[in-house]
Design a protein around this ligand. Structure first.
Ligand code: ADP
Ligand code: MG
Length: 308
C-alpha cells in the first residue's frame, strides 16, 4: 500500500539562516502510531508544520494521500488534523460550537451527529454545552483533539500533546490516542518524553539537530540497539576491581556490594562465561545474578550524544 505521508529529502532553512531540517526522508504508513522523538529545538514542530502546509520547505517534497502539500494544499490539508502545541481556544465559546466551527473551516457541511460522536469518543459529550473556561486543562486538550478530528481527517498530528501535563492525564491521553488509532486514524505525535514514545508508538523516529537519525519499529529498535546489563551481587563487598578484570566493561557499585557488566545483545559472544570464570579465579564469590535490558532512554541519550 502507498504510504499515507511521504517525506522526500526535506530541508528547511529559516530566514536568518538557521537550518532546522536537513534532508529528511520518511514514509508513514496508514494506521500506524509514529512518535517523533527529539530534544527541544530538534526540528519536530518545523517538520509537522511543513507537512500541514503552515511552513514552506526550502527544498524537498511532501505528499499526503498522494497529493503534494505545496501544489495541492487544499486536498492535503483536508486529510490532516493538527493539534498544536499551544492551547488556543476561545474562553467563552461552548464546546459544541467550537468543534462544529472547526469542521466548517474545512468547507464540510454541518453534521451534528458526527460532532457529537467525536465528542463522545473523547469523553466530552456531557460537556458539550459548557463554555471552554469551565473546563479543566485535560478537557481543553481533548477539545483541541475534537477540533482537529471535526472534519474527519485520515491523519492526525499531535505536537507535544502532553507537554506540561500531569502523569495521570498523560496516561488518559495515551488511551485516547490508542482509541483513535483503533478507529482507523493514522497518528503522528512529537514528544521529548522518551517514556511517551516507548509507551504508545508502533514506530519511533529520532530527530536531533534537524536530522532524522533513524525511524524504526519500536521492538526492533530496542532489540537492535539494546544492550543488556548484568548485575552481579557479591558475597562480600569489593574495594577495588582486580587487574585481571580490567578488560571487561564492568562497573563497581559505590559500596562495592555488586558489579554491573554491560554487553551487546547482538554480539556473537556476550563474554559472560569468561567473566564468571575470571571472577572465580580472582576469588570473588557471587551471591546472585540478574540481567536487565537497557531502556529506550539509554539508546536515545547515546544516539543524540553522538550526532553533531
Ligand atoms: N519561525 C522561525 N524562524 C527562525 N527559526 C525558527 C523558527 N521556528 C523555529 N526555529 C528554529 O528552528 C529550530 C527547530 O525548531 P522547532 O521545529 O520548533 O523544534 P522542536 O519542535 O523540535 O522543539 C530551533 O532552533 C528554532 O529556534
Ligand atoms: Mg516543538
Amino acid at each position: 500500500m502507498a504510504p499515507i505521508v511521504s517525506i522526500n529529502n526535506l530541508s528547511k532553512t529559516y530566514e536568518g539562516g538557521h537550518q532546522a531540517l536537513r534532508d529528511v526522508s520518511l514514509d508513514i504508513e496508514e494506521g500506524e502510531i509514529l512518535a517523533l522523538l527529539g530534544p527541544n529545538g530538534a526540528g519536530k514542530t518545523t517538520l509537522i508544520s511543513i507537512i500541514c502546509g503552515i511552513v514552506s520547505p526550502t527544498s524537498g517534497t511532501v505528499t499526503v494521500g498522494g497529493h503534494d502539500v505545496v501544489e495541492e494544499y487544499r486536498q492535503t490539508r483536508a486529510l490532516i488534523g493538527l493539534v498544536p502545541q499551544e492551547i488556543t481556544l476561545e474562553p467563552f465559546e461552548k464546546v459544541i460550537r467550537t468543534v462544529s466551527f472547526s469542521r466548517g473551516l474545512f468547507g464540510k457541511p454541518p453534521n451534528r451527529p458526527l460532532v457529537e460522536d467525536v465528542l463522545g469518543k473523547l469523553s466530552l459529550l456531557d460537556k458539550k454545552d459548557s463554555a471552554i473556561n469551565q473546563l479543566s486543562g485535560g478537557m481543553r486538550r481533548r477539545v483541541l483533539i475534537a477540533k482537529a478530528l471535526s472534519h474527519e481527517p485520515r491523519v492526525l498530528f499531535l505536537d507535544e500533546p502532553t507537554a506540561g501535563v500531569d502523569v495521570e492525564l498523560r496516561k488518559t491521553m495515551w488511551d485516547t490516542v490508542r482509541d483513535l488509532r483503533r478507529n482507523g486514524v493514522t497518528i503522528i505525535l512529537t514528544t521529548h518524553y522518551i517514556e511517551e514514545a516507548e509507551a504508545i508508538a508502533d514506530r519511533i523516529g529520532i530527530i536531533s539537530h534537524g536530522e532524522l537519525l533513524l525511524a524504526e519499529d519500536k521492538a526492533a529498535l530496542m532489540g537492535r540497539l539494546g544492550r543488556k546489563h548484568m548485575r552481579i551481587d557479591l558475597q562480600a563487598p569489593l574495594d577495588d576491581l582486580p587487574d585481571g578484570l580490567s578488560g571487561y566493561e564492568l562497573e563497581r557499585a559505590e559500596d562495592g556490594s555488586f558489579l554491573t557488566y554491560t554487553y551487546d545483545t547482538q554480539a556473537d559472544r556476550t563474554g559472560i562465561t569468561a567473566l564468571l570464570n575470571d571472577l572465580g579465579k580472582a576469588g570473588i564469590r557471587i551471591r546472585d545474578v540478574q540481567t536487565q535490558q537497557s531502556s529506550l532512554e539509554q539508546i536515545f541519550v547515546d544516539l543524540v550524544k553522538e550526532s553533531p
